[in-house]
Design a protein around this ligand. Structure first.
Ligand code: ATP
Ligand code: MG
Length: 344
């Protein structure tokens, strides 16, 4: 069976985002206003997990960069969860090269201000998962004091809970002028449209009933689209093992059962692994259980500064425990690729 698993990864940014048209329009309008008239208010997006917040913002920021003289900087505050690492990452994306260590946060901030004045573009800074940023008050306070004359950026903050700004110092709240955009959970028929698109991309052949079943599964998991993607991924392996040419409803049902019966022995084995290994599993889960070894290493390196060799040893241990599988895909433009698959 031909499966394009890249479309089942939650990192894949779809070209179509059904049922987020209103939010896309609203965001695009705000960015357009910002480019044309300068800052009016910043934006705060909130809503539960896996309902397209990140995808929508990335989609709109890409569009904005193609159409306006604007640079969009995307920061994930879970991966960069300190003031220094956020500033370092922003500077890097602004094209300011500094050494990661050796500069204080104040110095990093000065470079940032300098970078803003030098870049001949408007700047939009997207801070995703802002709730994961440690001591966020310090940095937000600095951001809220930025000077209008110094190419003040537009900020877009994203979080799950609405109240995260309510708990901040009122001075920050009032000077940030936050416009809130709520993302509501998808309804069942909306999820069906989303999975119709995704299945069409990933599978050449499929039974018509698949999308509703997957949509229903997501719907029963807080409408989190990632659950459905994970289910589809598992179903794709089942279909492949059966050597069929078509993704069938029965494959999805089997995948559901497999997930539900997840081997409790493996679960408890994972609990006994050392943290470095558990974190690899966590990153793999974020990728919907499949990614390339090089991509996984890049991500992992942002948490633990280890060598490729140590990383390979970790993967070997996980492979030996039956927790992951490594598959070589030959060919492609840049030679072979190694995929890591989560088996639990
Ligand atoms: N309307 C949609 N159309 C197509 N795919 C979608 C849509 N909404 C979400 N997805 C897909 O679902 C997955 C999760 O979406 P996303 O990462 O944007 O969620 P999120 O709201 O940012 O969640 P979290 O709060 O956990 O970060 C992504 O793969 C995304 O492409
Ligand atoms: Mg997100």
């Amino acid at each position: 069976m031909n499966v394009n698993r890249i479309y089942l990864s939650s990192d894949y940014l779809p070209k179509l985002l059904p049922h987020r048209e209103n939010q896309i329009k609203l965001l695009a309008k705000k960015i357009e206003n910002f480019v044309k008239h300068g800052i009016e208010s910043n934006i705060f997006i909130y809503g539960s997990q896996g309902i397209g917040k990140t995808a929508t913002v990335k989609f709109v920021s890409k569009l904005a960069e193609e159409n306006y003289n604007i640079k969009c900087i995307y920061i994930n505050c879970w991966k960069n969860n300190t003031e220094a690492s956020v500033l370092y990452e922003i500077n890097k994306q602004l094209g300011i090269i500094t050494h990661r260590r050796g500069l204080s946060t104040d110095e990093l901030f000065d470079r940032f201000i300098e970078g803003l004045t030098k870049i001949a573009k408007r700047v939009c800074i997207i801070m995703d998962e802002i709730d994961k940023l440690e001591k966020r008050e310090n940095l937000l306070y600095k951001f809220s004091r930025l000077d209008e004359t110094g190419n003040k950026p537009l900020f877009i903050f994203i979080a799950n809970k609405k109240d995260i700004f309510r708990l901040l110092d009122p001075r920050i709240q009032s000077s940030m002028f936050l416009d809130e955009i709520e993302f509501k959970k998808y309804a069942l028929d909306e999820l069906k449209d989303i999975f119709d698109e995704r299945i069409k991309l990933a599978f050449e052949n499929y039974e018509a009933g698949c999308s509703l079943l997957v949509a229903n599964y997501s719907f029963n998991h807080e409408s989190d689209v990632r659950y459905g993607l994970k289910l589809l991924l598992r179903a794709s392996y089942i279909a492949e093992d059966e050597n069929t040419k078509k993704l069938k409803v029965e494959h999805i049902k089997k995948a559901m059962k497999e997930i539900d019966d997840m081997d409790p022995k493996k679960e408890s084995m994972i609990k006994q692994l050392k943290k470095e290994l558990v974190d690899i599993i966590g990153l793999l889960k974020e990728e919907n259980g499949i990614t390339t070894t090089s991509k996984l290493f890049e991500k992992y390196r942002t948490i633990y500064p280890i060598t490729v060799r140590t990383f390979r040893n970790y993967l070997k241990k996980l492979k030996e425990s039956g927790i992951i599988e490594i598959e070589e895909h030959r060919g492609g433009e840049r030679g072979s690729k190694f995929f890591v698959k989560l088996k639990v």
